[in-house]
Design a protein around this ligand. Structure first.
Ligand code: ZN
Length: 488
């Protein structure tokens, strides 16, 4: 069953019906994090937005190859063309190897994504693992005469490109606008024109992360990695490319130009961009003091937070807004999301305890259709949630004896909540609570075993250990006490 999905395409600036290039298969690329710091809200929004897209496409029966990169080289400070590499700078400040920095923050990104219940992409390629592919692509662009070398750096010739392909097609900026924006900054530049951008940069002596190339030692321009890796894993043209709206220019515009200049075809059919997150109406920024990373949300350990917020509250909050709307984080709004999420999860628990009768007093098929219509309309998660909350009213009125449901409809209603709330929106508060509950129950078992040992009832103590072992749970006894873990 393939649903008719409508996507707002940033390229055409209108909603279009999704038509995959290959039947039953979708290739999707999303720009991932530059791993030089702890993940924050700005990472959570695209991850959750495209996690829902990924989950829904799979639910519809598509085979999806979801590629999300890790930027571990080439991304310079302030997204600029000159300056220090973000990862190298962090490495210098913390006296670490650049790869240590990248590894550390890749782990912390993965940890946060798991807590937010974002499924792992199919492939997570790294920029440093694809230097050869990037060099090959640059060579092709030069062969096609869309780039030139200057003092060991290679630049894309934007004016020349613009004679063959429309530069600015995604961002809506024309060459004139771009020129006005860059003229002042680039007076001293070695580039032929201020609008040209680096696809390979000569490395200075101090630059640590550099590689040999036909143009001498250097490193790829930040935009190159996504063009090279998306082509390698998804082909010259693929279905969906996602990312935050802040990436439209210059990053995604540059990707389009690089791919056209190399392969003479547009790389992407549907461009999707999630909007930005503000905190108390202001842009997030380290210098503004309102920069809250995800770990701080989960622990509540930040002066702007009144309390801790669970990963599911954050997820629910992000899904309450359409991905193309701005989203403002504040304590009141988060607490409202926390309540809303709990109400939905309680209703799912209630649903599983309802008793069917002979007649239903409402139409289950209608609820399902409304949910499908919402998600098919450019992944409208707030409307989908509103429809699920309409269903919550019905569930509660059945519980209160004001409405009835028959057995077939009850099973259908359970499936709607399993599919839309848990599988597609990825809300799994019950699992979260279950983890806490398991911890509590295991605490009680370990206490009983401790008491048995103290009373020299070693048979009971061993019985508890052996029976748990059969279930794959391992007890470790140390001088400090006992702990438990799942056997590997
Ligand atoms: Zn990218």
């Amino acid at each position: 069953m393939k649903e008719k999905i409508s996507i707002y395409n940033s390229l055409s600036r209108k909603k279009e019906t999704l038509k995959p290039i290959v039947k039953d298969y979708i290739g999707m690329y999303v720009c991932g994090p530059t791993v030089y710091g702890d993940p924050h809200l700005g990472h959570a929004r695209p991850a959750i937005t495209f996690d829902v897209v990924y989950r829904y496409l799979k639910w519809c029966g598509y085979k999806v190859r979801y590629v999300r990169n890790i930027t571990d080289a080439g991304h310079l400070e302030n997204d600029a063309e000159e300056g220090e590499d973000k990862i190298t700078k962090k490495a210098r400040l913390e006296q670490l190897e650049p790869m240590e920095v990248a590894h550390l923050y890749t782990l912390s990104y993965h940890r946060a994504m798991k807590l937010l219940n974002c499924q792992s992409p199919s492939i997570e390629p790294r920029a440093t693992g694809h230097i050869i592919e990037q060099i090959e692509m640059i060579k092709k662009i030069m062969k096609n005469d869309f780039a030139y070398e200057k003092n060991g750096s290679v630049y894309l010739d934007v004016n020349k490109y613009n004679q063959h392909y429309p530069y600015g097609i995604l961002s809506g900026r024309n060459l004139e606008d771009t020129l006005t924006g860059t003229r002042e900054l680039d007076r001293q530049s070695e580039k032929n024109s201020p609008v040209d951008f680096a696809i390979w940069k000569k490395a200075s002596k101090e630059h640590i992360m550099k590689w040999a190339s036909p143009w001498g030692e250097g490193f790829p321009g930040w935009h190159m990695e996504c063009s090279a890796m998306s082509e390698k894993y998804l082909g010259k043209t693929f279905d969906i490319h996602g990312g935050g709206m802040d990436l439209v220019f210059p990053h995604h515009e540059a990707e389009i130009a690089q791919s056209n200049a190399c392969n003479k075809c547009m790389p992407v059919n549907y461009w999707m961009h999630n909007n930005m997150i503000t905190i108390d109406g202001k842009k997030m920024g380290k210098s503004l003091g309102n920069f809250i990373n995800l770990e701080e949300f989960f622990t509540g350990d930040h002066k702007k937070l009144n309390k801790a917020y669970s990963p599911m509250t954050i997820r629910f909050f992000i899904l309450q807004a359409h991905y193309r709307s701005t989203l403002d984080f504040g304590n009141d709004a988060l607490q409202a999301a926390e309540k809303g999420c709990a109400k939905l999860m309680e209703a799912i628990t209630t649903l599983n305890q309802l008793h069917p009768v002979a007649e239903s007093s409402f139409n289950v098929a209608e609820i399902k259709q409304e949910c499908i219509d919402a998600i098919n309309d450019d992944f409208n998660t707030p409307i989908l949630l509103a429809n699920l909350f309409e269903g919550v009213k019905i569930i509660n009125s059945i519980k209160d004896g004001k409405a009835t449901i028959n057995n077939t409809d009850l099973e259908k209603l359970k499936k709607i909540y399993q599919d839309f709330a848990i599988d597609i929106l990825g809300l799994n508060v019950m699992e979260e609570n279950n983890d806490d509950l398991t911890d509590d129950v295991m605490g009680i078992i370990l206490l009983l075993r401790k008491n048995a040992k103290e009373n020299k009832d070693f048979n009971t103590a061993d019985l508890i250990r052996d029976e748990l072992d059969k279930k794959g749970i391992q007890i470790k006894d140390t001088r400090e006490g006992s702990s438990w873990g799942i056997k590997k």
